[in-house]
Design a protein around this ligand. Sequence first.
Ligand code: ZN
Length: 454
Amino acid sequence: MQSRFVRSVAVALAVCLVVPGLWARVQPSHGFNLFSAQEENQAGQQAAADVAKQLPLLPESDPVTKYVQKLGQDLVAHAPGEKWAYTFRVVNQKEINAFALPGGPIFVNVGTIQAADNEAQLAGVMAHEISHVVQRHGTRAASKQMAAQLPLAILGGVMGKGALSQMAQLGISFGVGSYFLKNSRSAESEADLLGTDIMYDAGFDPRQMAVFFAKLEEEGGSRGPQFLSDHPNPGNRAQAVSKEVSTLPRKSSYRGDSAEFKQIKQRVASLKPLTAEQIAAQQKQANSGVSSIAPSTSTKAFSHSAYQIVYPENWQVFGDQSSAVTIAPQSGVSQNAIAYGVMISAYQPEGNSTTLDQATKDLLASMRQSNPDLRQIGNGETIRVNGVSSRSIDLIGSSPIKDDSGKVLQERDWLVTMKRRDGSLLYLVFIAPDKDFASLRPTFENMLKSVTLK
Ligand code: ZN
């Protein structure tokens, strides 16, 4: 019995060795995703443009960039699934890190190249990033978040305008420091496994990827953690990679370091990349003088199918005339939430004969479902907005902004609801950190005074 089993395994192995294509490769998994391929590309392109503004990139013409691009394309040739528009840029940053944006833009820090002992380790980091693109991890995470927030965002509104406008409405972005560039442990497992196959097919020893990640973990210290915070160890990283390698046909040797890699290692050794702190300081300096939150005195009007509103000219409208809308300073919409600005949407109360007061209470209850720490201050009051009876309620919650010591700021939310002719509510939530609310209040009041229902 035993010998027949051994024999049949041997036959199976022989078949696979003759026809290497029969060996199973990790297939891209298709999790829940609200983004079309086109939207995925667009979101990534927008974020890549922001990255180019915020991080010091080595020029396209730099030999280090050219080398990384060539190595990247070498690996991409073995990436399964959709043919994304992969691009590679090197960030002149000291910390060891790399990240991938939706649809293909990949960024590798100089510190990563400095830390790689051999070409396979650098290829490992890049194959891992390519795998995040293949598996669409960024948009999958954003989709999950959007689905969790949708009950609030679509409250009686007419969203469904595609993932990008929903994303803008929710203030979700993939820019520098975005929450959605931090990968979950399950995303990390997937990227490790697929990265193993890509490396293997490109001729590298995939175990070098795990060796490099383990090295970062051992080093800890000041240069490793950033990579590990964006790409957390899913546990048994090295074992999982070895296990995947064991399912692939054994190779007697792998690619050694190229002559270019050796040259590039010399070149990066002479570079003086900036630390994250230095980059942040430069950004701060570049932004100073441009008070990006402060509303300009000149105004603009926005005409929605349900209302019209006047707002400061230097703020932006996210959304369109048939969707829920956020009007905010560009820098007031950060990461995955709105820190400064106003959100305007509609709410359909249960039962048409409900009073404004009752409908407002129902709306508040549903807002609290997605924002459990939202608390009402006082009882609210009835006001008139251009002759329309409205409810005004002050709320406090948690701001998406943290202070210098990392403490979450308290947020003031001023909710105003008004009943439309069809019985639905139009509501506005004016948002600012508590410390800044008073200075923005006149702007918010002017905006409210300008609201006319259609
Ligand atoms: Zn990762």
